[in-house]
Design a binder for this molecule. Structure first.
Ligand SMILES: [Zn+2]
Length: 342
């Protein structure tokens, strides 16, 4: 489970903070003005995803670095083509002659995603942030984070520069219902881990599972009983599907961009999507490679997003945000099941 919130007003710099429940860390999508986040919130960050390095999406780098210098551990940063150069440019702007005395060692792990390759470099504070190559590959890898609790995927959009959109998906939760276990006379133990693994792998219903019984009532009094997965799982297991949130910003309204957004963000429980202009200003939107509120709503509908939220509005709509919210919502009328919240 997670809690996601936009860190600024809709007409200010974009940025989505995601606190992962039951975990200590948090994720940040885009690194614009982050001054509204407390040092405590910034210190939780383990992953930061930067859509592109236009100033309103990257100016918060210095602030994050400053708050993080004294901490242990690392932050993984992801960004598009040119990202390594951008980060190294930021690091080169300061003097690091005293940092080797620091007690804590803060490290940045920077991954640059290109349409035909991927490269990761590491920068340790105590080594004056000198670049150390970590890995590189000759392919774009859309799966950029794969942990036991979640995945993050990225897709390239066109904003006259390559711009990344992201989708975070929790893995399903497989919970054992302890009462049901007791009612069936089954014991707790390692076999439940095997059961969860079999479900996680999607093994067929007839797969035999050796269940541990409380008493010796299995074959010949053994403390085990073989039950088919399809018979056992519905009785003692509760599966909660993982939620999905997507973050899409700075994209021109082209067929290819729409296709890529729908492919990445399809079925999102929450879709955060930019809506820089009203439809009446669509020429301006096209010129600056942004979406209108109507286009954002349509895309959210096509992606089947259960809830969507628009953000990154042009400052000229300050005080008029409702007009954009209304336009976005109106455009989802043909897509029952999609809803906007503000
Ligand atoms: Zn922008």
């Amino acid at each position: 489970m997670f809690l996601a919130h936009l860190i600024n007003e809709p007409c200010s710099d974009p940025g989505l903070y995601v606190k992962l429940k039951h975990r200590k860390d948090a994720f940040l999508f885009d690194l614009g003005d982050v001054s509204r986040l407390s040092p405590r919130q910034l210190l939780r960050l383990s992953h930061v995803f930067v859509s592109h390095t236009h100033m309103d999406h990257f100016i918060g780098f210095d602030h994050l670095l400053r708050v993080s210098l004294g901490r242990n551990g690392h932050i993984a940063l992801f960004g598009p083509q040119g990202f390594i150069k951008n980060v190294e440019g930021k690091l080169a702007a300061y003097t690091w002659n005293l940092v080797h005395n620091y007690r804590n060692d803060f490290t940045l792990r920077v991954t640059e995603l290109r349409e035909d390759s991927t490269e990761t470099r590491q920068y340790q504070c105590r080594k004056a942030f000198e670049p150390e190559p970590l890995s590189s590959s000759d392919a774009f890898e859309s799966l950029i984070v794969d942990r036991d609790d979640l995945t993050v995927k990225a897709a390239f959009l066109d904003h006259r520069v390559p711009c990344l959109a992201f989708a975070l998906k929790e893995k399903q939760h497989i919970n054992i219902m302890k009462n049901a276990l007791d009612e069936m006379g089954l014991a707790r133990g390692k076999w439940l881990r095997d059961l969860k693994e079999a479900i996680g792998k999607g093994l067929p219903d007839e797969t035999p599972i050796l269940a541990l019984t409380k008493e010796g009532d299995g074959e010949g009094g053994a403390r085990g009983e073989t039950i088919a997965l399809g018979d056992l799982a519905p009785r003692i297991v509760k599966i909660t599907p993982g939620r999905k949130i997507s973050y899409v910003t700075d994209a021109s309204y082209s067929e290819e961009n729409v296709r890529r957004i729908v492919a990445l963000a399809g079925g999102s429980d929450m879709l955060f999507i930019e809506a820089a202009f009203l439809e009446e200003d669509r020429d301006k939107a096209a010129e600056t490679c942004h979406l209108t509120a109507r286009q954002a709503g349509e895309i959210a509908g096509k992606a089947g997003a259960k809830i969507f939220r628009i953000f990154h509005m042009s400052p000229k709509y300050r005080g008029l945000e409702d007009l954009l919210f209304r336009e976005a919502l109106d455009s989802t009328r043909d897509f029952p099941g999609s809803g906007l919240y503000s």
